[in-house]
Design a protein around this ligand. Sequence first.
Ligand code: ZN
Length: 62
Amino acid sequence: MISLEEEGKNEGLESIIYICARCGRELKPHDFELLHSIKCIYCGSKIIYKVRKPSVKKIKAI
Ligand SMILES: [Zn+2]
């Protein structure tokens, strides 16, 4: 019998990052907090993609 862990149980481990549409650099939510606005800290572009980085799941093989 196999019991699967519920998806989304470890939501806290999932990190969200932002990618600038113009220069393609990686931005973190912390960077926007410093600026008090959503824009790229490198080139000033206001077009930012939100990217979800799913946490890596480790599966035990018996
Ligand atoms: Zn940029």
